[in-house]
Design a protein around this ligand. Structure first.
Ligand code: ATP
Ligand code: MG
Length: 243
């Protein structure tokens, strides 16, 4: 059935054209052109400093676009679109409050979910028993899981995850990967960065490979891992340094 509300909510296709970003004298993003054309899972790969995190921050509007364009289903970013995007940072940013209060803070603004539902989300990321613990005392991996749960509270249609499992043990990693697959099945578009090639293979349908601020290729994951198009990506997945 055609769901007009869902349809008007859709942020895809996201079309990025001639996007460049200059900070000081350094070109952080260099003429990026790409299309996120369906509600799939996309993985951004590339070495440290390639521009992956900055790219996610430009998509969610945290870093203003001065050169180039990002269009969401033919619309530029606005307050409404911003509310449909959640970015989970590489380094979690949490309030100096309890786990539960960190969740409720989002709830207060949205006033949509009950505490019961918050607890269900905390349970999903394995943090329900920590609800009264100060969030700052959580371990790195626990903080990362809390950040994801908080992002899911607003039920965004576009989920940007910056190295979502970088600090996680194998059990938590599985847990989070299952949540990512599940949220995608429910209709969310997911763009994540990772240095874990196994994770990119398990989750992503398409790979965007970045190097030195440039998007060198956008390739179906199955083809990327068989044979990437560029020499740089080939070196990267073989663990060689990129010059
Ligand atoms: N506020 C800033 N001012 C100047 N340069 C910055 C700023 N933020 C980031 N950079 C630079 O931009 C480049 C891209 O950074 P970014 O964080 O996007 O890399 P990344 O691909 O996410 O790397 P990593 O894999 O290490 O997370 C880096 O060289 C970084 O030093
Ligand atoms: Mg990064």
């Amino acid at each position: 059935m055609f769901d007009i509300q869902k349809e008007s909510k859709s942020l895809t296709p996201i079309v990025i054209s001639n996007l460049s970003l200059l900070l000081g004298k350094t070109k952080i993003l260099d003429n990026i052109n790409c299309k996120i054309n369906n509600k799939s899972i996309f993985a951004i790969l590339g070495p440290n400093g390639a521009g992956k995190s900055m790219f996610l921050k430009t998509i969610n509007g945290l870093v203003g676009v001065k050169s180039g364009k990002i269009n969401f289903n033919s619309r530029e970013i606005n307050e409404y679109i911003r509310k449909e995007i959640a970015l989970v940072f590489q380094k979690p940013i949490l309030l100096r409050r309890s786990v539960l209060e960190n969740m409720q803070f989002v709830l207060e603004k949205k006033n949509k979910l009950s505490n019961f539902e918050i607890m269900k989300l905390l349970q999903r990321v394995g943090l329900d028993t920590f609800k009264d613990k100060p969030a700052r005392l959580l371990s790195g991996g626990e903080q990362q899981r809390l950040s994801l749960a908080r992002a899911l509270l607003i039920n965004p249609s576009l989920l940007l995850l910056d190295e979502p499992t970088a600090n996680l043990d194998p059990y938590s990693l599985n847990l989070i990967e299952e949540i990512i697959l599940d949220e995608n099945k429910k209709g969310k578009t997911i763009i994540l960065t990772t240095h874990d090639m196994g994770q990119a293979k398990r989750l992503a349908k398409e790979i965007l490979f970045f190097n030195k601020g440039r998007l060198l290729e956008q390739t179906k994951a199955i083809n990327f891992f068989k044979k990437p198009k560029t020499k740089e990506a080939q070196s990267y997945i073989n663990g060689k340094i990129l010059l």
